[in-house]
Design a protein around this ligand. Structure first.
Ligand code: FE2
Length: 367
């Protein structure tokens, strides 16, 4: 047995963790809070953070312009704002978008490069320290080194990864997801599940990662009925945050695979949320890979309580009455774009561009 495991994030999980661990905010004299328009305030996270900062005598400035699927322009603007305000560290609050944007701002602050170089070059200097506070249970970005950004010139989303992009501390408080609408809770839960599944299937998976992925899939499975019935309890929200953290921890080692590579175009061109895009690909992805990972596929079906792929398709399709129909041209273009994603190489079954085209045709061909 050979494996390496490194999880440098100090993860604090549970209700009230920010106030109970205020000393962990002492990473400098002035913080930049990076967040979206509403989620930090609605979730209650912003009040907890500002109380703790005030009590510790730490100043802060607020950059609350992050929208879904942040692009290079917004992270460049955030960096300019951070430099004008001479901050020492960053507190990222929100879903994956603010957390990923914060990682980009933290890297651009210390590395004298253009924002596109985050994708094209290797970083040379450590980023500013980051504290991450998730208000959704999906991306697991609070425990990963990944930052996914929208790159208009490449017509897709691309990620950069740096060992310096791991947050120093993550405060995962399930209460911050109580105010999240059910639709977003479901979509983000599907993203968390796809991280667990893709990590479990990944060519880079190890026995150690498998344990984490299975634990996360089990936690997700316990939430499935609640999600489908649209009755999402506090206990379910806690389990979803747990599953999401496990998903993040495991993909920080294995990366994602074909679902993420294929899903990005559905978000970029067809405006589906990231989690929903992944969900539409789930069943065909499992079918496509079954011969390469038969035991794992059996195990996942079993854990989810399904006897076949039709049930996977049914479940991950609930609440979505608009499966898009893609033209042949779109399928070809999306397949080329997916093939350009590094995660394709980690898929358990060897993938050619034609395979991806065929999968798009099968799922979105309209028949
Ligand atoms: Fe994801």
């Amino acid at each position: 047995m050979i494996f390496e495991f490194n999880m440098p994030v100090n993860l604090m999980f549970g209700n009230g963790v920010i106030k109970k661990n205020s000393e962990k905010f002492k990473l400098g004299k002035k913080a930049l809070i990076v967040t979206g328009r509403n989620s930090a305030r609605l979730s209650g996270a912003f009040d907890d953070i500002s109380d703790v900062l005030f009590a510790s005598g730490i100043e802060y400035v607020l950059f609350d312009k992050i929208v879904s699927n942040p692009n290079l322009a917004i992270v460049a603007e955030g960096t300019k704002f951070a430099k004008e305000n001479n901050v020492d560290f960053i507190i990222a609050v929100g879903g994956g978008s603010p957390l990923d944007a914060a990682k980009a701002i933290a890297a651009l602050y210390t590395n004298d490069i253009e924002s596109i170089d985050l994708i094209l070059k290797k970083l040379e200097k450590p980023s500013l320290p980051i504290i991450a506070v998730p208000t959704t249970s999906g991306t697991g970005s609070e425990v990963t080194q990944y930052s996914v950004l929208t790159i208009p010139s490449m017509k897709t989303k691309k990620s950069f990864a740096s060992p310096w992009s791991f947050p120093k501390v993550a405060f995962a408080d399930p209460r911050y997801t109580y105010s999240l609408p059910n639709g977003i809770t479901i979509d983000t839960a599907f993203d968390a599940f796809s991280h667990l599944l893709e990590s479990y299937y990944s060519k880079r998976s190890t026995l150690f990662n498998d344990v984490i992925a299975i634990e996360g899939i089990e936690a997700f499975a316990q939430c499935m009925e609640n999600l489908k019935d649209n009755e999402i309890t506090k206990t379910t929200r806690e389990k979803l945050m747990y599953a999401s953290c496990l998903g993040g921890i495991t993909i920080s080692h294995t990366g994602t695979t074909l679902i993420h590579a294929m899903g990005y175009s559905l978000t970029y061109f067809r405006k589906f949320s990231h989690g929903r895009a992944n969900a539409m690909i789930m069943a065909e992805y499992m079918k496509f890979n079954e011969a390469s990972v038969p035991e794992k596929t059996k195990k996942v079906l079993n854990l989810l309580g399904f006897s076949g792929f039709d049930e996977v398709e049914d479940y991950f399709g609930f609440g979505n009455d608009k499966i898009p129909v893609l033209s042949d041209e779109e399928c070809k273009m999306f397949a080329t774009l997916a093939m350009g994603q590094g995660s394709v190489k980690l898929n358990p079954r060897l993938v050619e561009e034609d395979d991806i085209y065929n999968l798009y045709r099968k799922i979105f061909g309209g028949s």
